[in-house]
Design a protein around this ligand. Structure first.
Ligand SMILES: Cc1ncc(COP(=O)(O)O)c(C=O)c1O
Length: 432
């Protein structure tokens, strides 16, 4: 590989080498006998050693239940838990008391939908009235959503009688601002992805929030595919809720978060009930703690939060602007190279403007599973299937696709290996 001139802000080769050395799994040898080129970061990110250590160290030195008891270990565990909240709030521009821990982003979206459902059924008292939803009301999503940001709203509409409408797409799969008219006066909530997990396209968030604000609707942003790749500021984005997933951000699995504007969280009734979330209880009923504890029933994933906190430090240390610059350079390289292969169709924008390095593609006459198998034999790890976005695949007229997605650790060499392997797929299955 010839040395390259890095794009402004992108990592130099020497820096990238040092970063890659932090990730033990990148040395893993695949079935073909070479180090695995991991191009599946959208599904889940790999973890640097410091994150793995932070999780293990918590169990080695500070393991205890949080907010219970007075002993040293309990205090340390509680600090890890609450420091994590502060770190995540800082990372996204929110306040610590606006962060609710969940087990993943899917649960965070369901929390909002179920809580609005409870409010609509009359739970939650006066404060919750502003969240009530019923016939004549509308929820708006987009056709590009991951199922996690579609099904909970379909369910909520079915339970409350509200209707679901969606922003539609341009032919290359971007949310089409020309369809913002579906955000009507009756719209109460707009729930959209910040970046698509199939097309890599950034949503026109500014236009969407402006349209939502104009009719008094709330905005929920799914930042699963953006939060490890671009600087995020939930207030600058003018969202009301945002959902995040640790495992996509170099952190452990088993923990995610909901960020919500404080006054909204205060109005929301709880979804899961039980221990650690009550203010008072007798045999006749209970009153609940304030947020965020109101939404954190039961034992919490404290070791995972310790790991996620370290991952946020690590990302901050790399610099989110530099990560974005590095990935932008690789995205352009990947798009050019994939487009140069005959019979390969990119599902999403072909240019690198307003998109990140998630590139789904269909190969003429070759099933994505076959694509994935040939690539696996070349030790190139891509995801195949519908990526939990069936309506978006239907929009493109396919049932499934192969998807390559990059991380801060991705090298130029790994992109070359992807493209060499893709060329081999074409020749193996009879293309040119
Ligand atoms: C855009 C998007 N939203 C939501 C999710 C669900 O995230 P989690 O695994 O944290 O539930 C994913 C996961 O692939 C995703 O890509």
């Amino acid at each position: 590989m010839t040395p390259r001139e890095p794009a402004p802000g992108a990592f130099t080769d020497a820096e990238l080498e040092r970063i890659r050395a932090d990730f033990p799994i990148l040395g893993r040898i695949g079935r073909g006998g070479r180090p695995i080129a991991y191009l599946d970061a959208s599904a889940t990110s790999q973890k640097p050693a410091c994150v793995i250590d932070a999780e293990a160290d918590f169990y080695r030195t500070s393991n205890a239940a949080v907010h219970r008891g007075t002993h040293l270990l309990g205090d340390e565990a509680t600090s890890a838990f609450e420091d994590g909240r502060t770190a995540l709030a800082r990372f996204i521009g929110g306040r610590p008391d606006e962060i609710v821990w969940t087990k993943n982003a899917t649960e965070a979206i369901n929390l909002v939908a179920l809580s609005i459902g409870h409010a609509s059924a009359g739970r939650g008292g006066r404060a919750a009235q502003r969240l009530r939803l019923g016939e004549g009301d509308r929820i708006v999503v987009s056709r590009a959503e991951h199922h996690a940001n579609l099904i909970p709203w379909q369910e909520l509409c079915a339970r409350t009688g509200a209707e679901l409408a969606w922003l539609d797409l341009t032919p290359d799969g971007r949310i089409d601002p020309a369809t913002l008219g579906v955000i009507t006066e009756s719209t109460r909530l707009v729930a959209v992805t910040h970046v698509s997990n199939v097309t890599g396209a950034l949503s026109p968030v500014e236009a969407i929030t402006a349209a939502a604000r104009a009719v008094g609707a709330l905005v929920l942003l799914d930042t699963c595919q953006s939060s490890a790749h671009l600087p995020i500021d939930v207030r600058a984005l003018d969202a009301d809720f945002a959902v995040l997933s640790s495992h996509k951000m170099l952190g452990p699995t088993g923990v995610g978060a909901l960020w919500g504007r404080r006054e909204l969280l205060e109005a929301m009734p709880p979804v899961l009930t039980g221990g650690s979330m009550i203010a008072h209880v007798d045999m006749g009923g209970a009153t609940y703690m304030d947020p965020p504890e109101r939404f954190e029933a039961g034992s919490q994933p404290v070791a995972q939060i310790a790991g996620w906190t370290r991952a946020l430090d690590y990302l901050t240390g790399l610099g989110m602007d530099r990560i974005a610059a590095h990935e932008r350079e690789l995205t352009a390289l990947m798009l050019d190279a994939v487009a140069s292969i005959d019979g390969v169709r990119v599902l999403g924008p072909a240019d690198d403007e307003d998109r990140i390095g998630v590139v789904a593609f269909a190969v003429d006459g070759v099933h994505p599973h076959d694509v994935g198998q040939v690539m696996d034999a070349d030790d190139v790890a891509v995801r195949v299937g519908h990526h939990c976005a069936i309506p978006l695949h239907s929009f493109f007229g396919v049932r499934s696709s192969a998807r390559a997605s990059i991380a801060p650790t991705t090298s130029r060499d790994e992109i070359h290996r992807l493209v060499d392997s893709l060329a081999r797929v074409r020749s193996y299955f009879g293309g040119r």
